[in-house]
Ligand binder design. Structure first.
Ligand code: PBG
Length: 313
């Protein structure tokens, strides 16, 4: 391997850095390196700077990736480590995300000092979240609970809980585990009760198209089944909604050669929802996601999607 360090780009949040370190660790182990040949480059993004309003109002998902993608295209970094969940459906020309690390726990975590689960919360108790999907899912299951929306990274959201802004919050189990904070999880919610976001728990690595040197390096840490699950989930999301103003959930589960995808769209207030299940061969992952999107669109109708967008403004 050459001697100039390979530059790993990432956002600067604690979680993003933990994911970049995990990637470096896996690369060093997979290639039997004893000496660090990687430099981690933290890049501040527009999304990190906006703290005063919901991101869905500020223009959606690309906000956390633009500056990192510019660095990748400029050659200031060689690869970018992302939470797949935060990645836009379509990437800029010249970039691709084809490498995935083994997926962490995909479930959402219920976190509270007062109650053991959503079901145990009394009427009128407050759930704080910054995700439209979680808001809608909570309202779907428990219309009698209050949901307050607030922004901030994982640490900020946990702090708001301590300050009593909410009685409970929901966060991805994966992020908490990667931060070494799994002990704050009161209970992990079964995916059949609370479908995760597309890409939840999966670290994706973005690279320049055709950068064989880097792609070959990454081949050693790539996890095939995670790639296929993500291909399915991202096809589903892309076919339904490129923005993040629609509460959408989706999860592909792989068992041997077969893949089962479950998808869900909801009204932000949880008052209506439509779900879909599609199965097929793993090699057909992307088509299964597209089929699920078609089926869901047919079931829900165009008026439903218009109503969702009108309600999430
Ligand atoms: N939107 C923020 C974000 N992006 C990725 C994760 C957690 C890790 C993951 O889902 O892979 C989180 C925080 C959360 O949802 O709790």
């Amino acid at each position: 391997m050459q001697s100039t360090p390979i530059k790993i780009g990432t956002r600067g949040s604690k979680l993003a850095l933990a994911q970049a370190y995990e990637t470096r660790q896996r690369l060093m182990e997979a290639h039997g390196l004893t000496e660090n040949r990687f430099e981690i480059v933290a890049i501040q993004t527009t999304g990190d700077m906006i703290q005063d309003r919901p991101l869905s109002e500020a223009g959606g998902k690309g906000l956390f990736t633009k500056e990192i993608e510019e660095a990748l295209l400029d050659g200031r970094i060689d690869l970018a480590v992302h939470s797949s969940k935060d990645m836009p459906t379509y990437l800029p020309d010249g970039l691709e995300m084809v490498t995935f690390l083994p997926r962490e726990d995909v479930r959402d975590a219920f976190i509270s000092r007062k109650y053991g689960s959503l079901a145990e919360m009394p009427e009128g108790a407050v759930v704080g979240t910054s995700s439209l999907r979680r808001q809608a899912m909570v309202k779907k299951i428990r219309p009698d609970l209050d949901v307050v929306m607030y922004r901030g990274n994982v640490q900020t959201r946990l702090m708001k809980l301590e300050q009593g802004v909410a009685d409970a919050t929901l966060l991805a189990c994966a992020g908490l585990r990667r931060l070494g904070e799994a002990e704050v999880i009161t209970s992990a919610i079964d995916v059949d009760d609370f479908l995760p976001a597309v890409g939840q728990g999966a670290i994706g690595i973005e690279t320049r198209v055709g950068d064989e040197r880097i792609l070959e390096l990454l081949g050693a840490i790539h996890h095939r089944d995670t790639e296929r699950a993500l291909a399915c989930e991202r096809a589903f999301l892309g076919a339904l909604d490129g923005s993040c103003r629609t509460p959408i959930a989706g999860l592909a589960r792989i068992d041997g050669d077969s893949l089962t995808f479950s998808g869900l769209v909801l009204m932000p207030d949880g008052s209506a929802h439509f779900d879909v299940v599609e199965e097929g061969a793993v090699i057909d992952a992307q088509n299964i996601g597209l089929r699920a999107a078609d089926a869901l669109r047919a079931k829900a109708g165009a008026a439903f999607f218009e109503a969702v967008l009108a309600a999430s403004h």
